[in-house]
Design a protein around this ligand. Structure first.
Ligand SMILES: [Zn+2]
Length: 250
């Protein structure tokens, strides 16, 4: 989809790189993490999902993203938490990002639950979250205990301290700031990511690139799932192979 469907950036690329990544230690309590993990376990089957970079030997996905904002499920279950995240993002903007958007109306574009296993990484050092205003990441796993590696990296952040020390620690940054994640070397890294944008609050089960108007991804997914459900086992297996080749299913 063309970039013109995304809201224009409110900050220049150069200015975005000069903003810090703001740490919010102990943003979530252990009870809140348990609630989010339980919500993910109960709802992920009904949510959009993207499996990236599979292991060459086993075919297992190394980085799975589950879109908990599918049908606004997470948004309806945790409205207070999303409001707290946005308030913290705006405060960080006023104090540290040059106040480029703290009075702009923004809503959740996507709520993602990331599961990363050994070998999984976000290697592209100039990666950024195009089209969003604020990106909010919360560590759900215990670094050094549940997993090793998987360090969040922000170029020129000004120091070498880890961004996530304990589970529940959060960071917030200008979405257009470059960031990456080093490979996980052991265990499973679990992170909740929320992007806020000026588009509509999305329910379509992926990271939407259409800021306004109907997105066809959710009805397409429902249509595919309904159609697969009516097939014989053999036909369904053949159809799934066909669709995977076109990355409709993951
Ligand atoms: Zn969409």
């Amino acid at each position: 989809m063309a970039d013109s469907d995304l809201p224009p950036s409110r900050i220049s690329a150069a200015d975005a790189q000069a903003t810090p990544v703001v740490r919010l230690p102990a943003f979530l309590s252990s009870e809140e993490i348990v609630e989010i993990d339980a919500f993910h376990a109960a709802q992920s089957h009904a949510c959009g999902r993207l499996a990236k970079a599979s292991c060459a030997v086993t075919g297992a996905a190394l980085w799975t993203t589950t879109y908990l904002s599918t049908d606004r499920r997470f948004n309806a279950r945790f409205p207070g938490l999303l409001a707290r995240m946005l308030a913290a993002a705006r405060a960080a903007d006023r104090a540290h990002f040059g106040d480029y958007a703290s009075r702009v109306d923004v809503v959740p574009r996507v709520v993602e639950y990331h599961t990363v296993t050994p070998g999984g990484a976000l290697k592209h050092e100039q990666h950024y979250d195009s089209g969003s205003i604020y990106t909010f990441d919360v560590m759900l796993a215990r670094p050094g205990d549940d997993f090793d590696g998987g360090e969040f990296v922000a170029p020129d952040a000004g120091d070498e301290e880890p961004f996530f020390v304990n589970s529940g620690d959060a960071i917030v940054f200008c979405s257009h700031r470059h960031h990456s994640v080093r490979p996980v070397t052991r265990g499973t890294r679990r992170v909740l990511v929320v992007e806020f944008w000026e588009g509509e609050e999305r329910a379509c089960g992926h990271r939407c690139e259409r800021a306004s108007g109907p997105c066809r991804v959710r009805p397409l997914r429902a249509m595919v799932e309904e159609s697969l459900g009516e097939m014989s086992e053999d036909d369904r297996a053949a159809a799934e192979r066909f669709l995977r080749g076109r990355t409709v299913l993951s």
